[in-house]
Ligand binder design. Sequence first.
Ligand code: NAD
Length: 269
Amino acid sequence: MSKNSYLEQMFSLKDKVVMFTGAGGGIGSEVALGMAKAGAHVALCDINMEQLNKVQKRIEDENGKASSFLLDVTNMENIRKCVDEVAGINGRIDVLVNCAGINKREGLADVDEATYDRIMNVNLKGVFFTSQAVAHYMKKQNAGSIINIGSHNTGWVLGGCSVYGATKSGVVSLTKSMSVEWAKYNIRANCVSPGHIKTDLTKVTWEHPERSKYLLERIALNRPGYPEDIVGVCLLLASDASSYITGCEYRVDGGCISGGQPWPYDTNF
Ligand SMILES: NC(=O)c1ccc[n+]([C@@H]2O[C@H](COP(=O)([O-])OP(=O)(O)OC[C@H]3O[C@@H](n4cnc5c(N)ncnc54)[C@H](O)[C@@H]3O)[C@@H](O)[C@H]2O)c1
């Protein structure tokens, strides 16, 4: 067997149907493009249709297969309709990537109920009920892989991200529940927790002179992450190469959690 066909057999997503929430965003769009390049048909879902149209065009320009669906993950009726539509058109859903996410950075004492509910509803409730609706189809197929996008904040908390961090820690816990309860249907669930990735979500941080300096000091690789950096691990988790991997959290953080930039240790003490 040639090297290429071996790799293809391991990692190819040929003819797999992958549904994305948050597909219009920085990370979602890049991972969707990567999976389309690996042969998947990607069903792009987001609350922002204008953005989806651009992402779909970018994928089609690269000869990938994509379709777009308007989805608000906080709306139960909308979730059910959208999942039924994606499964109905494609006949199945092999992989779900829960990527929709929002944040508002403010101190614990300042968060009001509306903000709390909004972040919880998108980041945690949305993941819960979108996965539940998709699992309905995966159970019938007796196969599926769910990839939940977590965050750096599940392990190393930034100030002003209390609600966001709680939702993402909830996503890790939920991932483990899915891996345990749905294993009997051959559904795997894993979480990918990005570090500090340059997207619209983190623009305010990377464009802030003090915050960006603070972050760089805490990244061992000494550079921001880019959406392209998240693609590889998602390809692994979507493909058959990860057939025995479930219930795990993968950090893609350039060495943040491991300690970031070393302190000046080159001394005689
Ligand atoms: N950028 C980072 O550094 C970083 C770090 C850790 C985790 N994450 C996570 O990665 C994911 C993607 O983030 P990103 O950086 O690409 O952000 P982004 O803002 O570029 O993308 C988020 C997408 O989610 C969509 N969305 C928001 N509310 C929605 C809703 N109710 N229904 C459907 N879609 C909705 C937005 O329209 C947007 O397209 C998020 O879950 C985020 O929490 C990002």
